[in-house]
Ligand binder design. Sequence first.
Ligand code: HEC
Ligand code: HEC
Ligand code: HEC
Length: 415
Amino acid sequence: MRVRRLLRFAAIGAAVVVLALAGFVAARLLGGKTGGLMQVVKASPEVVARGKYLAEAADCAACHSAPGGAPFAGGLGMASGFGTIYATNITPDPDNGIGRWTADDFWRALHDGVRRDGQQLYPAMPYTSYRGMTRADSDAIYAWLMQLRPMKVANKQTALDFPYNIRLGMLGWNLLFLTDSLPATSQGSGSAWQRGRYLVDVLGHCGECHTPRGLLGEMELSRSLTGFALGRVAAPDITPAGLASRGWTPASLGTYLGRGIAGPNSAFADMHQVVVLSTRNLASDDIAAMTSYLLGDKPPAPTVETVGEGNPAGRTSYVALCAGCHGLDGKGIPNTIVALRNNSTLRLADPRNLIVATLDGIGPQNFPHRMSLPGMPGFADKLSDEQAAALVNYLRVAWGGQKPDVTAATVRALR
Ligand code: HEC
Ligand code: HEC
Ligand code: HEC
């Protein structure tokens, strides 16, 4: 492991030196090319409609529409270890947005991670996944964006710490980590599986959250979709084995992507937004394609119900604080309170989502098809670290089939 890391650093050093030179020349050649004419795009209504659908599948809004801000006018800040990176205005405004961008310029941003002025984008813009997009799909998204209302909203300045403020450095990063296609995470071959692979890995960029990241923020492709902690909340393992171990079937997974609530789980944290802005808009054959890729042509048999004993102290807290809503038997209330029995959050080996949900609670959330859940209060004030650990261990054993290995220290670290 250590040798691999060292080699990686050596390779990065060499690549950065070579490419800094090449990049310097390129930047000179391309510098200042920011003017140009306002573009007028002629596209059929069918292409524009397809562009809208594809932009939803690719969830451009998740980052380019800030909460409370004008749609696609940018402004959402994304924290990185090196400073905050702001998503930009991608409405057709000529000065702040992409009004002067041609379809070629747009394609270069999505495919190569290069801005119109020749500067490198940071991979906070997931061109690492969009690189697999077809040119026709990029053109359709462009055609749709270009007929939105132009928004005069200035871009916020991204200012990273040295040396990450040197965008040219991304040339070396791209050389090391930008690949034309991401490795398949399941076995399959049919057209639905192929389409699903494109929807999951390219448009849906699911791996940007669900794939572990290495030291330099790159997706570790040898462990694609095996899950990653995004700070306090983790995106779980969504490989066929991971999904089946928590009870997912093609049917429940399809329901989850379309509605956000399914037998094993109701979407919360970042995943709630993915469902509401993106996957809920997909046609049923595309949802089916995604599940056939996620679980593979031959889905593994889901793990059946696991019921265990659990520690008495945890049970006492459960009865006092949780059972009023989730039920003494953990079965919840249909359409109102999700079941905890066999809930995939309890079945995760990584306990952090269960701990964070217990401490913070979950605000009221709206779901597709006019469903809404009332939310749950947080219990951070009512439970000591020890009590919370005992409660979580109780739940992991009683209904999750997991080990009771959560300590008070684990809870404290997540407060
Ligand atoms: C996960 C967040 C995220 C998603 C999803 C996302 N973007 Fe971005 N995008 C960004 C960020 C952040 C930047 C600015 C990066 C930088 O400053 O280097 C950016 C930059 C861009 C730029 C360059 C604009 C400029 O003025 O330089 C374009 C074009 C763009 N995105 C289009 C899209 C489109 C189209 C989609 C959907 C297909 C999309 N983005 C999805 C985060 C995102
Ligand atoms: C912005 C980050 C992010 C993106 C992008 C994302 N997810 Fe998630 N996902 C999460 C988080 C965080 C959770 C855990 C919260 C929860 O269970 O609701 C999650 C949970 C899930 C679950 C539930 C797993 C379980 O066993 O409970 C599934 C299934 C899932 N995601 C599939 C997908 C698919 C498919 C995509 C791409 C279309 C995707 N996710 C994109 C962050 C993300
Ligand atoms: C007032 C009712 C209420 C109480 C009390 C309550 N919950 Fe919840 N809980 C909910 C609702 C509603 C949701 C679904 C929220 C959503 O996803 O939008 C939920 C979701 C969860 C989830 C996430 C599972 C999923 O699939 O979304 C966990 C874990 C959880 N509760 C654990 C607990 C624990 C542990 C306690 C006691 C310490 C507790 N809850 C007390 C109402 C409650």
